[in-house]
Design a protein around this ligand. Sequence first.
Ligand code: C2E
Ligand code: CA
Ligand code: CA
Ligand code: CA
Length: 280
Amino acid sequence: SKRNGRDRYAVFDPAMYADVLREARVRTELERAVAEEQFFVLYQPIVDMPSGRPTGVEALVRWRHPTDGVLGPDTFIPYAEESGLIVPLGRWVLRQACDQLAEWRRELPSARELHMSVNLSARQFQNPNLVEEVADAVSRSGIEPSCLVLEITETTLMRDSDVVLAALHGLRRLGVRVAVDDFGSGYSSLGYLKRFPVDILKIDRSFVQGEEDADAATLTEAVIGIGRALRLQTVAEGVETSAQWSTLRELGCDLGQGFYFARPSEADVIARLLAGDMPS
Ligand code: C2E
Ligand code: CA
Ligand code: CA
Ligand code: CA
């Protein structure tokens, strides 16, 4: 009947339909992108706070989309997680990053101690082969496991925590290190820091950048204190000004990352920076 038709029309709300179409399109495109390796990796230096010299880099994925240009992870990682494509994509990024580190450590005397940080999504912890795949990426590249850092967010730690805990113990047995990413931005129960084997705290940039905000400064100081008390390394994210750098240095933060030091860059730019900045 006419009435039924109208009801059906109400269910197929055009705006919602457009969303579903867009999602389906992105998913199909992502599948092809994984198969055709349309991704590339940028690297952002992580520096020693006192000296400002790079001690490591973080791998940050980009998508060279065939028609839309270069896309940042915030536009496609959520779809990749939802569809499960983050598992093959994450494996690819990990291999790429380990191979790149091996090359730098081989070719640049100043990169002999360099570390590589790679982001892991919650979804990747549901992959029962995660630890094996990490072991594989490390061994085929020939890097030492201790120079690989895997970054996971607080939310990942809180979700499905038994599975995550088991994987973290497996990763620790391999000798890779684990950083808590965006620390302080989410559901922060300090209890989990004792429960999970982690090595590094990355202080979320909302704290680091709130220097005019007295509360943010106090929280940054508190987080650095927690790191020190638990013998964890602390990394300040999103350092954009020399004022932020000096404040964090005075607070005793170990490492820093942000546009003030360097933007995420292509591997060859990083190689030049390492060669010039850190004469051996
Ligand atoms: P994240 O892990 O917190 O990475 C840091 C983000 O902050 C990067 O954004 C970086 O470009 C940006 N950033 C660095 N310094 C500054 C600064 O001084 N100011 C500001 N405003 N931003 C700064 P990007 O590359 O767009 O990545 C966004 C997020 O996407 C990452 O956040 C991470 O959660 C995710 N991501 C990136 N690559 C991967 C990947 O290979 N796998 C997974 N699962 N997630 C990834
Ligand atoms: Ca990260
Ligand atoms: Ca972060
Ligand atoms: Ca983030």
